[in-house]
Design a protein around this ligand. Structure first.
Ligand SMILES: *Cc1c(COP(=O)(O)O)cnc(C)c1O
Length: 788
């Protein structure tokens, strides 16, 4: 039987026997689930083989602990990695259905806020592609990141509900469960310390296999759901207290109910800390259980177990691992700290002071009394080793999770070259002085399977025709495209692929109410809405440009569509005002008969992984305009460069490395450097001075203030004219200049395409395969194994 016939039979068999549906009555979701099960069946064997190989070779396992996994849809990824896309497409053609519709029916699993969660998802896929034994550990949120819509231009949030449909990918593991305690007391029983929690919930595992490219290896994403120890209070129920009877269940389930919709500030502190401890503690218990099944010497732990903390959210792993080793396994404190540190390493993702986690000592002592003691003990041990040390793990009544994570990690990494250097100079300057070998850099990357091969089939086909298939898991081979930048035929084909992607996006936007010309320049800024990412700089420049066009509507303007996408944290007032302003500007500009042929604004709602996959292949200009020194790396910037969008950007995060690799001539640089940013903030009235020096900027601000866009947007205008911490006014003039350079370059379409080809050809280094190999070598000391 051919692969295709067998797959077709399996789909039909699952439709009938797993879903109980007759072909003639099957809905699109039934077909999607039938395909998912048929594909999942094909992952199980390599998955088992991977586990067997890891045991057989006693390989070191990598455990990636992350509060967030922004995995998006899984079906297409799996079909592509099993290399069954053509067969699957033909099967559905034969059934009179479109594979795109079937794949498009899958809910987008948004178990993350943005870059940090998406990085974790790309890493899982790369770990499997490479064949490095690994587990992702996180929380099985019932409700992921909220769904965004707009009403009168303002963001409206609705709960996300990915689990209301059958989730075809996961396997429930009721046997893999641990009781996780909170609160209670700590007692000393003749030298043995015992923590007796007064509250407990059960962490239950749900496993999703993650298949790597070519289907050779699969790792596991294990997500924990919180369930009650006691399902139901029968006494209360029988006494007629039906609501009270369900209370234990409600209290427990709250822990895995929602993803915090904010990646910078902490809300609902107690519950958030509970979530962090819940998944970290369950993961560590699981890790030790697996270790115990193979080894009986705890000193081997650092040789066999690498635990990566994705930001400080799981930083309680330090004290918890020490607690398990000391209180439950009887090791001495110093030895326990040393073993724990040998296993643990920590990735820092931000230098923004408001985003560095701190927990009140009072809260920590109440919720995790034994851990609070151990944090003090770790701090004391560190002080004893470094008598001249200035840093402490506690400050002004708070536990500082960054220093704690640093002290308990054998390696600490930044996520781009610039970010890592700034870590050494700023937040971790003192700790870096004490531990000069601890900080390393691992510049982020993205998986080429999802972000090029699946998302951009037209470009992928062209690349494969030109240089063969090997680029998919060896992305630096894209270099071989470099000479083709000078080949007219190749450039034409490359431009045609981009044009077709733009036509698709133009249809999509048209169906959602914004008609755009597919021949205009597609200029895209998609990411979380945040002051430091400066969407307001972009929209301010849009207004200034619009006013210029209105002054001279018959000039030869380069038509452009400004596309925005992104969500604001529900409590982040300033970010929400930015969203409102963008929509208000769109409303006015798109209806302006004088200018709309030259300048439009589109803001499709509910930016997520799926929307990113649609927008990025159609983008020609990538907006990476954060205030220098504030974006740790960015990964959106890499997805764009690979897909042949040219970047307009500051020297921030991985933009610096993108520019170095693609060449300064193929990148539109503007703005102050991180150093100049620091200096400019010291200049009195820097914003007012910048506004007075640039009549275009002044005019754009006046235009907003006088109500042209409905509201007067006092928050934004007042901020830019006043404190302007993120230096929108100071960077405006150079940004405006760079945008005009972009237009000049775009006017020569053929040369633009040449630059785009060079961006694709020179961005292969940004594969997350390269990033993962870096972690394996510099941090984990882990080896790839071959399944079988
Ligand atoms: C890649 C990605 C991000 C990160 O984007 P940045 O521009 O690096 O902030 C955020 N959200 C989604 C859905 C992504 O795919």
């Amino acid at each position: 039987m051919t692969t295709k016939t067998k797959l077709r039979d399996d789909i039909l068999r699952h439709l009938k026997y797993s879903l109980g549906k007759d072909e003639s009555h099957a809905q699109i979701t039934d077909w999607r689930l039938a395909l998912s099960y048929a594909i999942r069946d094909r992952i199980v064997d390599p998955w088992f083989a991977s586990t067997r190989a890891t045991y057989a070779q006693q390989g070191k396992r990598v455990y990636y602990l992350s509060m967030e996994f922004l995995i998006g849809r899984l079906l297409e990824d799996a079909v592509v990695n099993l290399r069954l896309l053509d067969e699957t497409s033909e099967i559905f053609d034969g059934l009179g259905l479109s594979l795109d519709d079937v794949l498009g029916d899958e809910p987008d699993a948004a178990l993350g806020n943005g870059g940090l969660g998406r990085l974790a998802a790309c890493f899982l896929e790369s770990l499997s592609t490479i064949g490095c034994p690994a587990y992702g550990y996180g929380i099985r949120y019932e409700h992921g990141l909220f769904k965004q819509s707009f009403e009168d231009g303002r963001q409206i949030e609705a709960p996300e509900d990915w689990l209301t449909q059958t989730h075809a990918w996961e396997f429930e593991r009721p046997e893999a469960s641990f009781s996780i305690g909170f609160g209670g007391t700590v007692t000393d029983l003749g030298g043995k310390t015992v923590w007796t929690p007064d509250e407990a919930v059960v962490a239950e595992a749900f496993d999703t296999p993650i298949i790597g490219w070519d289907g050779n290896w699969a790792n596991t994403l294990r997500l924990w759901a919180a369930v009650p120890e006691q399902v139901f209070d029968l006494d209360r129920f029988n006494a007629g207290d039906y609501y009270g009877a369900a209370q234990p269940e409600n209290t427990a389930r709250t822990i895995s109910r929602v993803l915090y919709p904010d990646d910078t500030t902490e809300e609902g502190k107690r519950l958030r800390l509970k979530q962090e401890f819940f998944f970290t503690a369950a993961s560590l218990r699981d890790i030790l259980r697996r270790f115990d099944s193979e080894y009986d010497d705890l000193t081997l732990l650092p040789q066999k177990v690498a635990i990566q903390l994705n930001d400080t959210h799981p930083a309680i792993a330090g004290p918890e691992l020490v607690r398990l080793l000391v209180d439950e396994r009887g090791l001495a404190l110093e030895q326990a700290i040393e073993i724990a540190r040998g296993c643990l390493s920590y990735t820092n993702h931000t230098l923004l002071p408001e985003a560095l986690e701190r927990w009140g000592i009072e809260l920590m002592s109440d919720l995790l009394p034994r851990h609070m003691q151990l944090i003090e003990a770790i701090d004391k041990a560190h002080a004893a080793e470094h008598p001249d040390r200035q840093v402490t793990m506690t400050d002004e009544g708070d536990v500082l999770m960054g220093p704690l994570a640093f002290a308990m990690a054998h390696k600490v990494n930044g996520v781009s070259a610039l970010h890592t250097e700034l870590m050494k100079e700023t937040v971790f300057a003192e700790l870096h002085r004490l531990h000069p070998d601890r900080i390393v850099n691992e510049t982020n990357g993205v998986t080429p399977r999802r972000w090029v091969l699946s998302a951009n089939p037209r470009l992928s086909q062209l690349i494969t025709q030109a240089i063969g298939k090997g680029w998919v898991d060896d992305l630096e081979r894209l270099k071989k495209l470099e000479p083709m930048a000078d080949d007219r035929t190749f450039r034409d084909a490359y431009a045609a692929a981009k044009r077709a992607n733009k036509a698709d996006l133009s249809n999509y936007l048209g169906e959602r109410g914004t008609d755009v010309d597919p021949d205009a320049m597609f200029d895209v800024q998609i990411k979380r809405i945040h002051e430091y990412k400066r969407q307001h700089l972009n929209i301010l420049e849009t207004i200034a440009h619009w006013l210029e066009i209105k002054d001279n509507p018959n000039a030869d303007w380069v038509p452009r569509v400004k596309i925005f996408g992104g969500k604001a944290a529900p409590g982040y007032v300033f970010a929400k005002e930015i969203i409102h302003l963008i929509n208000a500007v769109a409303d006015v500009l798109n209806r302006d008969p004088q200018t709309s042929q030259y300048l439009k604004v589109a803001y499709p709602a509910n930016y997520n992984v799926t929307l990113a996959e649609r927008l990025i292949p159609a983008a020609e200009l990538s907006e990476q305009i954060s205030t220098a020194g504030k974006e740790a790396s960015g990964t959106g910037n890499m997805k764009f460069a690979l897909n042949g969008a040219l970047t307009i950007g500051t020297l921030d995060g991985a933009n610096v490395e993108i520019r170095d690799l693609v060449g300064a001539d193929n990148f539109f640089l503007f703005g102050m450097t991180a150093q100049e940013v620091v200096e400019r903030r010291e200049v009195a009235n820097h914003a007012q001075k910048a506004i007075e020096a640039d009549p275009r900027l002044k005019r754009a601000l006046d235009e907003i203030r006088k109500g042209t866009f409905g509201d007067s947007f006092d928050g934004i205008v007042g901020n830019i004219s006043g404190p302007d911490y993120f230096l929108v006014a100071s960077d405006f003039t150079d940004f405006y200049r760079a945008q005009r350079d972009v237009e000049k370059a775009y006017a020569d379409q053929d040369d633009w395409t040449r630059m785009a080809v060079l961006n694709t050809a020179r961005s292969g280094w940004f594969s997350s395969d390269r990033t993962i190999r870096g972690y394996m070598r510099d941090i984990w000391d882990a080896q790839a194994l071959v399944a079988g």
